[in-house]
Design a protein around this ligand. Sequence first.
Ligand SMILES: *C1O[C@H](CO)[C@@H](O)[C@H](O)[C@H]1NC(C)=O
Ligand SMILES: *[C@@H]1O[C@H](CO)[C@@H](O)[C@H](O)[C@H]1NC(C)=O
Ligand SMILES: *[C@@H]1O[C@H](CO)[C@@H](O)[C@H](O)[C@H]1NC(C)=O
Ligand SMILES: *[C@@H]1O[C@H](CO)[C@@H](O)[C@H](O)[C@H]1NC(C)=O
Ligand SMILES: *[C@@H]1O[C@H](CO)[C@@H](O)[C@H](O)[C@H]1NC(C)=O
Ligand SMILES: *[C@@H]1O[C@H](CO)[C@@H](O)[C@H](O)[C@H]1NC(C)=O
Ligand SMILES: *[C@@H]1O[C@H](CO)[C@@H](O)[C@H](O)[C@H]1NC(C)=O
Ligand SMILES: *[C@@H]1O[C@H](CO)[C@@H](O)[C@H](O)[C@H]1NC(C)=O
Ligand SMILES: *[C@@H]1O[C@H](CO)[C@@H](O)[C@H](O)[C@H]1NC(C)=O
Ligand SMILES: *[C@@H]1O[C@H](CO)[C@@H](O)[C@H](O)[C@H]1NC(C)=O
Ligand SMILES: *[C@@H]1O[C@H](CO)[C@@H](O)[C@H](O)[C@H]1NC(C)=O
Ligand SMILES: *[C@@H]1O[C@H](CO)[C@@H](O)[C@H](O)[C@H]1NC(C)=O
Length: 836
Amino acid sequence: MPRRRALPLWSLVVLLQLVGCLLSPCLEVIPTKAFRCMGQNISGVPSEVPNTTQNLDLSFSNLKSLRSKYFASVPELELLDLTRCYLQTIEDNSFKDLHKLSTLILTANPLQDLGPAAFYGLSSLKKLVLVENNITSLTDLPIGHLHTLQELNLGHNNIASLKLPKYFTNLTSLSHLSFLSNKITYISRGDLDALKEVNRLNLTLVLSLNYIKCIEPGSFAKIHLGELVLRSSFENFSVMHSSLQGLIGLQVSRLIVGEFSDKQRLVDFQNGLLSGLCQVRVQEFVLISFRRFENNTDTLFNCIGNVSSIRLVDLQLEEISEVPMFSQVKQLECKKCKFKEVPAMKLSLFKELRVLRIIKSKHLNSFRETFEDLSNLEVLDLSENRLSFTLCCSPKFHNCPNLKHLNLSFNADISVTGDFTNVKNLLYLDLQHTKLFGPGSYPVFLSLQKLIYLDISHTRTHVKSQCTFCGLNSLRVLKMSGNSFENNKLANNFKNLSHLHTLDISGCKLVHVDQSTFDALSELKELNISNNKLLSFDPVVYKPLQALTALDFSNNQLSVLLDSALEILPDSLVLLDVSQNLFECSCVHQNFLKWTEEKQELLRNKESMICHTPAYVKNMTLSSFYPSSCQLSVSTVASSVIMLLAAIVFLFLIYKYYFQLYYSLLLLSGCKHSAERGDTYDAFVIHSSKDQEWVIKELVEPLEGGTPPFHLCLYYRDFLPGVPIVTNIIQEGFLSSRNVIAVISTDFLESKWCSFEFDIAQSWQLVEGKAGIIMIVLEEVNKALLRQRLGLSRYLRRNTYLEWKNKDISRHIFWRQLTGLLLEGKKWNHEQVKLM
Ligand SMILES: *C1O[C@H](CO)[C@@H](O)[C@H](O)[C@H]1NC(C)=O
Ligand SMILES: *[C@@H]1O[C@H](CO)[C@@H](O)[C@H](O)[C@H]1NC(C)=O
Ligand SMILES: *[C@@H]1O[C@H](CO)[C@@H](O)[C@H](O)[C@H]1NC(C)=O
Ligand SMILES: *[C@@H]1O[C@H](CO)[C@@H](O)[C@H](O)[C@H]1NC(C)=O
Ligand SMILES: *[C@@H]1O[C@H](CO)[C@@H](O)[C@H](O)[C@H]1NC(C)=O
Ligand SMILES: *[C@@H]1O[C@H](CO)[C@@H](O)[C@H](O)[C@H]1NC(C)=O
Ligand SMILES: *[C@@H]1O[C@H](CO)[C@@H](O)[C@H](O)[C@H]1NC(C)=O
Ligand SMILES: *[C@@H]1O[C@H](CO)[C@@H](O)[C@H](O)[C@H]1NC(C)=O
Ligand SMILES: *[C@@H]1O[C@H](CO)[C@@H](O)[C@H](O)[C@H]1NC(C)=O
Ligand SMILES: *[C@@H]1O[C@H](CO)[C@@H](O)[C@H](O)[C@H]1NC(C)=O
Ligand SMILES: *[C@@H]1O[C@H](CO)[C@@H](O)[C@H](O)[C@H]1NC(C)=O
Ligand SMILES: *[C@@H]1O[C@H](CO)[C@@H](O)[C@H](O)[C@H]1NC(C)=O
């Protein structure tokens, strides 16, 4: 019957775990803190969610309804996501135990039945998301007791009226209230009265994507808001025009009006559209996404001329509209507009302007006009356009003495003349990623004595002139990565930049740095010289940089940092990146390798510090190379010592037990070969040489000459000459004989050789289990000694113990026994049979 194979216990356990994993509905996002159990058909919090959980995502599960104390098992919850859980009913006290919950998300549930105490217990709730919940009215929403609520999102519902119920006066922390994409059509006086009663200066009210037909004038009177968003809220131009009139009396920090570019209802911007805003107090006005501005946009600024900040975003505005007299606008931004020319003349009419940005306008390529008399202008940002112009920069500004920031980055190309007289107070100049003509060839920055920040990265500047940065005596930050230097070397280019704190010369194809290059930079804190082709870190060059805190030397061709280099690194250094160099991994550089081990906190990107040579350790990180190859750990030393000792002991044992080992080997080889060797002899005779006479006379002659004849193996006669005696004993004696006859006499017992042979015989008997030992004891033997010598052998079943007695009758018995024993298992050959 075939034995049934038992499944080992461990495999069962593994199997169970595997099944458990597959069936487990919850993913542990942060151990013991955050769990995601999505898409389950469950009724209740899954049992594997521990009571320590703070963040639980049950979205897309089939919950249908929530009962009282549904979440009792997870009292630590701070965020609960129940998005699309098919919830229709939330019974009273469902969230009762969640005193720490701050965010509750109920998006996309067809709520029909909300108990009046549904949200009881949520004493810390800050954010409630009731998006897409089929809510039609605010009146019955049981949230009046949520005093801590800051954000209430009611987007994508069917709310038709903005009439805020009385309970909103309780929501004193509310700062964000969204009705995005609802069905609000009329806003009437009194609707927002609840907002009047508390001094809510900073509420953001979102009414975008509604279908507002009318805002009754006075609805927003005496209301203070932080932000009001009205994007794609009106059906048509005339409705929008009259509704904005309805905002009269509103005071708002930021008013955002416009469309969504993908949900555009109103395309044209028409004259007088914003006339209603004359009655509104706005600090920042944002007009967003209007496509067509016919030629009648001259009223654009009519009612917003006194707003302190205006942002015009994504407007296809080709020209700046007429600027009202005495405008108060301090900040103006035009982003993604359609200007072709920098409208400097018209913009110069905003006399109060401090910050002007015209950015990301892909049609803007010309700058010919001049900014005039903008005595307050501090920041001019013309970045990310397609500007291409010459005569930068003085001629573009007339009487703009306060200009401090000029950003011309990410444009097409600019020719810099070196004339900065009209803007000599500049502090920040950013020209990065714009192709420049001028810098590098001659000292264009000479007059910018106050400049503290200069970015000319990636401007295709080729530094030929040693005086390229002359005059920049206050400069603190110089960024010029991705450019190039004459002969690919730094040669005294930074003399007199003694206040420099940050220098970025990464990716400049540098192969060499001259000795005195950094001599003036004693205040330098950050040096980025990465992505070059530098072969060495010469201590003499970098020694002057004694204030350095960060050095990026990555991606060069260093093979090692020598001791002298490590010594000059200042104590102030907290960040050093030497990754991606061509390190030579050799224990010759032990000091450096050991240093990298010790400076864990200093070094960045250690995983990219990789051996380059020799080839067999290529791609190995330094941190794995060093300890394995150069460091003798205690355990390696200990194990080596142990192995050495073991070897010594082993050799000693071999020396001491040479014979035993040798014959064991022979025995073992004998084991293999015994089958092949025939039984040449009937018996191998061990005896003392002193008993040789007895052996010949009493043993050999009668046995070999008798009938049947037996063939004995005798060492003096049958051993092969020139073969070691032990080999002979084994090969000729034991392996070729069926029996062993030990002739035991006093001499035998006293002879070392005989004892040795006898021992072999015994061992052989044990190993092979073959030859029996026939012990012939001659009379005069000391019995005690005999017992000691023969030990247990006497009693082994296969051994025979014969006593020789010089009496006829005893001899007869002796012979019968002996021949009987020798006959056992004897194979006759034909000759012998014939002879008989
Ligand atoms: C611009 O407006 C004037 C009247 O204000 C009108 O005569 C002219 O046709 C308009 N031009 C365009 C291109 O709409
Ligand atoms: C969800 O489980 C309920 C029983 O708890 C069962 O009646 C229902 O058919 C299951 N729904 C699905 C989609 O598996
Ligand atoms: C969570 O459960 C453990 C027992 O499972 C209990 O000892 C511990 O007090 C519980 N913690 C809370 C906050 O309920
Ligand atoms: C929304 O609620 C109304 C009743 O107030 C119901 O007739 C309608 O089916 C619900 N819609 C959805 C999508 O659940
Ligand atoms: C407003 O808060 C008060 C005091 O906490 C409370 O008594 C009242 O019921 C709340 N109003 C609503 C509509 O929940
Ligand atoms: C108003 O809230 C906005 C965020 O909604 C915040 O950035 C701003 O600082 C707040 N203003 C005041 C005066 O609290
Ligand atoms: C604008 O919408 C209102 C309300 O739907 C409608 O009465 C009016 O005729 C529309 N006006 C235009 C110019 O389409
Ligand atoms: C803007 O302010 C100036 C003076 O501060 C005033 O004369 C002008 O009427 C104001 N314009 C608007 C549109 O409020
Ligand atoms: C200049 O503009 C670019 C692009 O908007 C911006 O990344 C950079 O920080 C600006 N430079 C300064 C000095 O503000
Ligand atoms: C070097 O800078 C100092 C002020 O830091 C200034 O006085 C001196 O003229 C400058 N020398 C040159 C050659 O620019
Ligand atoms: C050095 O410049 C390279 C780009 O050239 C940049 O990736 C790296 O982050 C800079 N290093 C530091 C420390 O800022
Ligand atoms: C080293 O890594 C690079 C990229 O990871 C690989 O292309 C290259 O064959 C690797 N070299 C060796 C010797 O493993």
